[in-house]
Ligand binder design. Structure first.
Ligand SMILES: [Zn+2]
Length: 65
Protein backbone atom coordinates (compact mmCIF):
# COMPACT_ATOMS: atom_id res chain seq x y z
CA UNK A 1 0.00 0.00 0.00
CA UNK A 2 1.30 3.41 -0.91
CA UNK A 3 1.61 5.83 1.94
CA UNK A 4 0.66 9.41 1.23
CA UNK A 5 2.52 12.22 2.89
CA UNK A 6 0.71 14.53 5.25
CA UNK A 7 0.98 17.20 2.60
CA UNK A 8 -1.67 15.28 0.68
CA UNK A 9 -3.92 15.18 3.70
CA UNK A 10 -6.96 16.14 1.66
CA UNK A 11 -6.71 13.06 -0.51
CA UNK A 12 -5.50 10.61 2.06
CA UNK A 13 -7.28 8.28 4.42
CA UNK A 14 -7.50 8.65 8.15
CA UNK A 15 -8.10 6.12 10.84
CA UNK A 16 -11.68 6.05 12.03
CA UNK A 17 -12.11 4.79 15.60
CA UNK A 18 -15.68 3.70 14.92
CA UNK A 19 -14.98 1.80 11.71
CA UNK A 20 -11.67 0.62 13.20
CA UNK A 21 -9.85 1.09 9.94
CA UNK A 22 -8.47 3.77 7.62
CA UNK A 23 -11.30 5.42 5.78
CA UNK A 24 -11.86 8.05 3.13
CA UNK A 25 -12.72 11.39 4.64
CA UNK A 26 -15.02 14.21 3.73
CA UNK A 27 -13.68 17.70 4.16
CA UNK A 28 -15.96 20.49 5.26
CA UNK A 29 -15.40 24.05 6.35
CA UNK A 30 -16.09 24.18 10.04
CA UNK A 31 -15.17 27.66 11.21
CA UNK A 32 -13.69 30.84 9.89
CA UNK A 33 -11.30 32.18 12.49
CA UNK A 34 -9.22 35.38 12.54
CA UNK A 35 -6.11 33.27 12.00
CA UNK A 36 -7.51 31.11 9.24
CA UNK A 37 -10.12 28.59 8.24
CA UNK A 38 -10.77 25.43 10.15
CA UNK A 39 -11.75 22.35 8.22
CA UNK A 40 -13.29 19.26 9.66
CA UNK A 41 -12.59 15.80 8.34
CA UNK A 42 -15.32 13.25 8.78
CA UNK A 43 -15.40 9.57 7.97
CA UNK A 44 -17.18 9.07 4.64
CA UNK A 45 -18.91 5.95 5.98
CA UNK A 46 -20.16 6.76 9.46
CA UNK A 47 -19.65 10.54 9.67
CA UNK A 48 -17.45 10.44 12.75
CA UNK A 49 -15.05 13.35 12.94
CA UNK A 50 -11.57 11.92 12.52
CA UNK A 51 -9.54 15.11 12.42
CA UNK A 52 -9.40 18.74 11.58
CA UNK A 53 -7.04 21.16 9.99
CA UNK A 54 -6.41 24.85 10.42
CA UNK A 55 -5.43 26.61 7.22
CA UNK A 56 -3.96 29.99 8.01
CA UNK A 57 -4.17 32.99 5.76
CA UNK A 58 -0.40 32.79 5.33
CA UNK A 59 -0.83 29.53 3.52
CA UNK A 60 0.51 27.39 6.30
CA UNK A 61 -1.57 24.48 7.41
CA UNK A 62 -1.57 22.78 10.73
CA UNK A 63 -3.08 19.40 11.17
CA UNK A 64 -4.76 18.64 14.46
CA UNK A 65 -5.83 15.07 14.85
ZN1 LIG B 1 -16.15 5.57 10.27
Amino acid sequence: MKRESYKDFDATELYCPRCKRAVRVRKSLLLILPQGEKYDYACAFCGTSVGDKLVTSKGNSRILV
